[in-house]
Design a protein around this ligand. Sequence first.
Ligand SMILES: NC(=O)c1ccc[n+]([C@@H]2O[C@H](COP(=O)([O-])OP(=O)(O)OC[C@H]3O[C@@H](n4cnc5c(N)ncnc54)[C@H](OP(=O)(O)O)[C@@H]3O)[C@@H](O)[C@H]2O)c1
Length: 343
Amino acid sequence: MIEVGIFGATSYTGLELISLLVNHPYACIGFAASFSKAGEILSDSFPKMPPLPLISPGEADLSSVDLVFLCLPHGEAAETAIQALEAGCKVIDLSADFRLKDAAVYKQWYGKDHPQPDLLADACYGLTEITRESISGCSLVANPGCYPTSVLLPLYPLVQEGLLHGQVIVDSKSGVSGAGRRPKETTHFVSVNDNFSPYSIGRTHRHLPEMEQVLQDWGSGQTGMLFSPHLLPVSRGILSTIYAPTKNGTNLDTLHNLYQSTYQNEPFIELLAPGKHATLAHVVHTNMCTIGIALADSTVILTAALDNLIKGASGQAVQNMNAIYGWEETSGLIFTGGHHAST
Ligand SMILES: NC(=O)c1ccc[n+]([C@@H]2O[C@H](COP(=O)([O-])OP(=O)(O)OC[C@H]3O[C@@H](n4cnc5c(N)ncnc54)[C@H](OP(=O)(O)O)[C@@H]3O)[C@@H](O)[C@H]2O)c1
């Protein structure tokens, strides 16, 4: 049994993580740290949650835990990561701080100098299905963004097979919890309810460089991806529709066989029958990424759905912890209808 610490315990991802960890067979919560609710009992503010005492981040005894999860805004996460690593903890960071390898690219997209650029080279990208071998020996795991997870898992088989041939266009829709707990004008109920809005479209969203970096690492030769996210009037869930031009001559059965052979042993990837499409109902409150494949002329149209707070964040973080310690990857991720506190 290991002990873990959580920073940002009352964030949406922090609450989801706690819900998962209370049922984990090999990890227990050593401390839950919160800036906003230090000194309180978690269940006082979040009635479906366990009665965990919340400590202030400064009180956290890093020497008492084996691993910490950082459910913090970018910038804040890197500062806590260095302290945890120096105390000998492993770190799984749910923020964007260690996803980009180049501090200059981080500055370009996040508008400030990277707080700990020397750590960037040590971080492993935690897209578990693809990178589990490198994660197993890693002390600092960068949990992927929610949108990138929904785009990279479905694109991977095409890239591996060298089938991409031209510009990929991604149209994604996310529930409002993807924007975090702090309300903004655009995420206010009245702005979101009965509405459906694009934002940061084309080549302006911060998840774009993350996806392009990974595609380059995979040797795709893909440049100039277009990525257009939208805000859906639901609490949680992401559906990405991906238009991937391929070389002529591909057929749907061949593609389906390719995806089946790539993902048949993956417990958290559901491949739909040819022509069936992924929906939010396939995945919400689960750690699944559901993928549908269709073909129009020589363009593969992938639909991929996941729960942004689970497979897109805290579930994938637990999966990464399981990979670090060599536990069954499904440990703590079997859903029995337990706590789902945040939304
Ligand atoms: N929401 C998603 O779907 C999602 C998916 C993947 C990744 N992520 C990333 O995971 C991280 C957490 O996301 P979230 O959506 O769960 O966050 P959130 O709900 O917006 O909460 C962030 C939390 O960080 C803590 N915090 C500590 N220092 C802070 C500061 N200076 N300013 C504001 N908050 C501070 C607060 O919790 P305490 O008061 O309890 O400390 C706050 O509630 C972010 O980096 C986000 O980009 C989010």
